[in-house]
Design a protein around this ligand. Structure first.
Ligand code: SAH
Ligand code: SF4
Length: 350
């Protein structure tokens, strides 16, 4: 399997300076290129008027290869939500979603093409893993978003399991949060890494001492239901996943987000709400309930409205903050992987 072309967003600033020197240019050219990419969000040599023309073409060709090509673009909510399906250099497809709110702009990025975790309710899980994205392929999704609106928040809730692509995801987080010209200068607190619950990787992330928000996709408070909904639970049980989350809370002082897709008659019973509330009570935590977005051919659907309200009430009764996530982008296949799943490879844009 060939690797994506090298891009300056795969490298730290010092490595970019070395790469530029190896190409026979002065090291400060790396800073100039970085400022164009991370500060002005351009990779077009025509925009780089502070560099000599020949140098521009040579350096951009080597360090700013085009990594993403739009395959399809869809918007809804009067243009406030914009979803893009990207084709990568090897034909793999990933998607990103830009969501504009009154007080913030959130970019939802993919960390892998496909996913190997096999959660049965998730469109991405059904297709299996194609490959890990490079750090630059992840960052490029945010840079593309920056061309439409100033991105304030980033969530790793597109395709893929970020902690199964640890090294590149961490590189991407650093490029997103380091100041210009090293990176995009987005606050660490505004970046959320969502995981299915890979315990050793959660521990490793805690040890990085970053201020990024951890989201744990729990989906059930008991191992019986979670073994089915989240197959990796057969390896790391609910109790171990929550222990890792509480360590993350203790080390970083950050509120942990618990993701819970409500599925009718599968995980929405009152006793499961009570158990969830009692497991989380007393922690710095927030529960995000997500009405299931059924995937094509799925036997499962979202909970009935009354049942959802009862679930919220019971969790809240334990003093645990809980909200129902707004379902932005539903009509454009908003849930994880659904746009890619509905697009046969090889189709044209539009
Ligand atoms: N792999 C990571 C991040 C990507 S999935 C994870 O699982 O956390 C992002 C979120 O979307 C997860 O909470 C996931 O459980 C949820 N999700 C996936 N498919 C969904 C669906 N059909 N309906 C509602 N939420 C879904
Ligand atoms: Fe992978 Fe997350 Fe989908 Fe599970 S929910 S298959 S971990 S992308």
């Amino acid at each position: 399997m060939s690797r994506p072309p090298r891009h300056l967003a795969d490298l730290e600033l010092a490595e970019r300076r070395r790469a530029v020197a190896e190409l026979g240019e002065r090291e400060f050219r790396a800073d100039q290129l970085s400022r164009h990419y991370f500060g002005r969000h351009t990779d077009s040599p025509d925009d780089m008027t502070d560099l000599p023309a020949a140098t521009r073409a040579a350096l951009a060709g080597e360090l700013l290869p085009r990594l993403l090509t739009p395959e399809r673009e869809l918007s809804c909510d009067d243009g406030a939500t914009r979803k893009t399906l990207w084709r990568l250099f090897d034909g793999a497809l990933v998607e990103s979603v830009l969501m504009k709110y009154p007080d913030r702009v959130t970019m939802c990025v993919s960390s892998q093409a496909g996913c190997g975790m096999g959660c049965p309710f998730c469109a991405t899980g059904q297709a299996g893993l194609t490959r890990n994205l490079s750090a630059a392929e992840i960052v490029a999704q945010v840079v593309a978003g920056e061309r439409h609106a100033r991105v304030s928040n980033i969530v790793f809730m597109g395709m893929g399991e970020p902690l199964a692509n640890y090294k590149n995801v961490l590189g991407a987080v650093r490029r997103m949060t380091d100041p210009v010209p090293s990176g995009l200068g987005i606050s660490q607190r505004s970046v959320t890494v969502s995981t299915v619950g890979l315990v050793p990787a959660i521990n490793r992330l805690a040890a990085e001492k970053l201020s990024v928000t951890l989201a744990v996709s729990l989906h059930a408070p008991d191992d019986e239901a979670r073994d089915e909904l989240v197959p990796v639970n057969r390896r790391w049980k609910v109790a171990e996943v929550l222990d890792a989350a509480w360590d993350y809370e203790a080390v970083t002082g950050r509120r942990v987000s618990i993701e819970y897709a409500l599925i009718r008659d599968v995980n929405d019973q009152p006793w499961r709400a009570d158990l969830l509330g009692s497991l989380l009570a007393g922690h710095l935590v927030h529960v995000n309930l997500i009405p299931l977005n059924p995937t094509p051919g799925s036997k499962w659907t979202a909970s009935r409205p009354g049942v959802q309200e009862e679930f919220v009430r019971r969790v809240a009764a334990h003093g645990v903050p809980v909200t129902v996530r707004d379902t932005r982008g539903r009509e454009i296949d908003g849930a994880c992987g659904q746009l890619a799943a509905s697009t046969a490879p090889g189709r044209a844009v539009g």
